[in-house]
Design a protein around this ligand. Structure first.
Ligand code: F6R
Length: 364
């Protein structure tokens, strides 16, 4: 039931700190200093290459996780959307691990991609919400995200729980492959336990987001920009917005701007920039300044330090809590979701049942 919330999507966005903390309990030890439990079901030691395949929002979770597996576990990672992967006949080896991410566990293209990998990849792992699903049953190991039932068609809490499980797996891979020290693991895991509090702080910006939605709801096109881990978050922000508010939106890696999309910029196209103060912050800010120099109106989503440095010339600034840059996707998922939600509510669209969309895509 929706309880005090007007829509399931709102309820599910607000539930995230709680479900993420619940998911974490299944993947971290009681000392909150190491990954153990559910992740132990997967052995990364004999794997040369990790191939992650999914659709939609679950694919963006894979795109975030690619950075984590590369950086935390030093692994070679490929990612692909299931509808492309399944028809490409990609060569696979016994030393490959194929990993599928799906909330429903019933997505036709993802299941077909999994079946293609059977007998070709060394092992088949899935990260799912529905443990009774076809994808879970067809896998050598199925790992639950523990998000609880997700009713809103737009995926929200499943996404942040997918991220939590994928990060746990990357940490587990890092340790077992000798790429991550116990001290670094302890630091990272203890910071994961701070995420519920930080996500609540992000949710506390909701009244400001609801006001901003008045501006955004009048736009025909909106751009989302990010770099590094914030690039897939820009894609996710754009997907959420288009699916529930029907506003055309694009996510871009900000370094790609000058290779084409900057031609779109004028005062009518709001540009939303996800910019935590990480190693790529300066580069992102200089891309943002190029946008503003062409009359673009920017909504800067950053932390207090980033706001201090870069707010000049922006139209609006949304201040997120300061977070370890490696964990920023879970925090920045909140504004990505709430921007879409409030823009849709302002426009009066059907948030939980957007036109043309189904919660579970069992046909290709
Ligand atoms: C977006 C959304 C979809 C799903 C996609 C995959 O908000 O919900 O893009 O993420 O259809 O679905 P699952 O995860 O069930 O395989």
């Amino acid at each position: 039931e929706k309880g005090e919330h007007r829509h399931f999507m709102s309820k599910e966005v607000h539930e995230q700190p709680e479900v993420l903390s619940y998911a974490l309990q299944h993947y971290a030890g009681p000392g909150r200093d190491r990954i153990e439990g559910a992740a132990d079901a997967v052995d990364f030691t004999g794997t040369d290459r990790l191939i992650m395949v999914a659709c939609g929002t679950a694919f963006y979770a894979c795109q975030v996780a690619k950075y984590w597996f590369e950086q935390i576990a030093g692994m070679v990672v490929e990612i692909d959307i299931a509808s492309e992967f399944r028809y490409r006949n990609p060569p696979l080896r016994d030393s490959d691990m194929a990993l599928f991410v799906s909330q429903s566990g019933e997505t036709a293209d993802t299941l077909a991609a999994l079946n293609y990998c059977k007998g070709k990849a060394g092992s088949i792992v899935s990260v799912v919400n529905a443990m009774e699903s076809s994808i879970a049953r067809a896998s050598d190991a199925a790992l639950p995200i523990h998000a609880g039932v997700e009713v809103g068609v737009a995926s929200t809490k499943a996404f942040s729980c997918q991220l939590t499980v994928l990060l746990s797996l990357a940490i587990h891979a890092g340790r077992t492959r000798g790429h991550l020290s116990a001290a670094d693991e302890a630091q990272l895991v203890s910071r994961m336990f701070e995420l519920p509090r930080l996500m609540n702080e992000a949710i506390a910006t909701e009244p400001q987001i609801a006001k901003l939605a008045q501006w955004l709801a009048g736009a025909r096109d909106i751009l989302f920009l990010g770099r590094g881990l914030m690039y897939p978050m820009a894609l996710e922000g754009a997907l959420k917005l288009k699916e529930i508010s029907y506003i055309h939106a694009e996510g871009y890696a900000s370094g790609e701007l000058k290779h084409g999309p900057i031609a779109l910029i004028d005062e009518n196209v709001p540009v939303i920039v996800f910019a935590p103060r990480d190693a790529l912050f300066e580069k992102l800010v200089s891309n943002m300044q190029e946008v503003m120099a062409r009359g673009g109106r920017v909504l800067l989503v950053t932390d207090a330090e980033g706001a201090e440095i870069a707010r000049h010339g922006t139209a609006e600034v949304l201040v997120m809590p300061t977070v370890d840059p490696r964990l920023a996707p879970m925090v920045y998922a909140i504004p990505a979701q709430l921007i879409a939600y409030h823009t849709a509510v302002t426009k009066g669209t059907d948030v939980d049942q957007p036109r043309n969309l189904a919660k579970s895509v069992t046909v290709e």
